[in-house]
Design a protein. Structure first.
Length: 389
């Protein structure tokens, strides 16, 4: 509103305001035509003849309008282009520094030896409860973790490295939202969790999010323990997931299976990446390794058949699940990194201006992570660290 008042007072006449609005409106029409053409080509898969006809007709008309309003550039038409330039600079600065920050975390992620040594360190205390350490890294442990340990030599009895990842689909089904994997050593009870949201998904309230995360974590423990110790997955209760029906691949058709739930089984985080190979149909009944990254629809078993199918391996899993539940009852704490990004001393003058001043100003004046995720302050613990990029 303040910007509108300033622009109106500065231009004084409706003629200059009309010239400014003219370029903005025609530019929106032009961009809309290009976007619709792209949708016709990629999404609707319309015949190329109709696409070409649509594009030529509308771009010709809008091109005439654009040439007319561009002639009024000096008489007020420069305003929307100036605003667009400023917004592009803001987005470019944010994208550049954010990308460099992610690369820094990727290069400086914690080694496997550090985690193993940590499990043997008697000076580290395990405190009751669940700790959720947020990071943008999907794989590996972020460098903020050893910094946290160095300042506060305590770890929650269950620690989960959480990464929130928006993906370009409408909605992510709840059974596909949480992906878990172990951080070795397993008896240290550290997990990696990737939480995926579509662009129409609404972020849950903290209590609801915590409950969903813990429920999916317990389900992950149950089925991983069953596969590891049970000697395979019975053929009668496992069927391969049809990828074409998965919401993760953009198909928004709702597949209703009232008696099944999605389970994702992933390799341990310290193992080398393994390329998944298709499994022939005749080998579905063979032993399934916990190193394979697979997705199953595991049918819900009735009370009469559950003891017969999982009575052996689930006994150990029940203890782990109860441990996780007890940790949740003790409380959940959110650990957020307060990252200060600065340019390296040998950086150019322009880079120092962009990183140390422009990006720092934007970061301090935008909404912080705890407000976006609605984290209650009573459960929030900040850890400060400086990245040199």
């Amino acid at each position: 509103m303040l910007a509108c008042v300033i622009i109106t007072v500065s231009f004084k006449t409706t003629e200059k305001l009309g010239n400014a609005y003219g370029i903005a409106v025609v530019a929106v029409m032009l961009i809309t035509t290009c976007m619709v053409t792209l949708i016709m080509l990629v999404i609707w898969e319309t015949r190329i003849l109709w696409i070409a006809l649509f594009f030529v007709v509308f771009i010709s008309i809008e091109g005439l309008y654009l040439s007319a309003v561009i002639s009024k550039f000096i008489e007020g038409g420069y305003l929307p282009l100036a605003i667009a330039t400023v917004l592009m600079m803001i987005m470019g600065i944010w994208q550049y520094v954010h990308k460099q920050r992610y690369i820094f975390e990727l290069k400086n992620k914690v080694s496997n030896e550090f985690i193993r040594d940590l499990s043997l360190n008697s000076d580290i205390n395990r405190i009751p409860g669940i700790g959720l350490l947020y990071s943008e890294l999907v794989q590996g442990v972020p460098p903020i973790f050893p910094h946290f340990i160095a300042n506060i030599p305590s770890i929650h009895s269950v620690l989960v490295f959480v990464s929130l990842k928006p993906i370009p689909i409408n909605k992510v089904a709840m059974e596909e939202r949480f992906l878990f994997r172990h951080v070795e050593p397993r008896d240290y009870r550290m997990f990696r969790c990737v939480v995926r949201y579509g662009y129409n998904d609404v972020t849950e309230e903290p209590k609801e999010f915590e409950q969903h995360l813990v429920d999916n974590l317990k389900e992950f423990i149950r089925h991983e323990q069953f596969i590891q110790e049970g000697g395979g997955v019975p053929e009668q209760i496992v069927e391969p997931t049809n990828i074409s029906h998965s919401t993760l691949f953009g198909n928004e058709e709702k597949v209703t299976r009232s008696s099944s739930s999605k389970v994702h089984i992933e390799e341990p985080i310290i193992e080398e990446p393994i390329i998944e190979e298709p499994i022939p149909q005749q080998q579905h009944s063979s032993r399934v390794s916990s190193r394979d990254i697979q997705s199953f629809n595991v049918a819900t078993r009735s009370p009469n058949s559950s003891s017969r199918i999982i009575s052996g391996p689930i006994q150990g899993a029940e203890e782990e699940m109860q441990f996780v539940q007890n940790a949740m009852d003790k409380g959940v704490v959110y650990l957020l990194g307060e990252i200060e990004v600065i340019a390296e001393p040998k950086s150019s003058f322009f880079k120092r201006i962009v990183v140390n001043y422009a990006y720092s100003f934007l970061r301090k004046n935008f909404r912080q992570g705890e407000h976006v995720m609605a984290i209650p302050r009573s459960k929030l613990l900040r850890v400060g660290m400086t990245y040199e990029i």
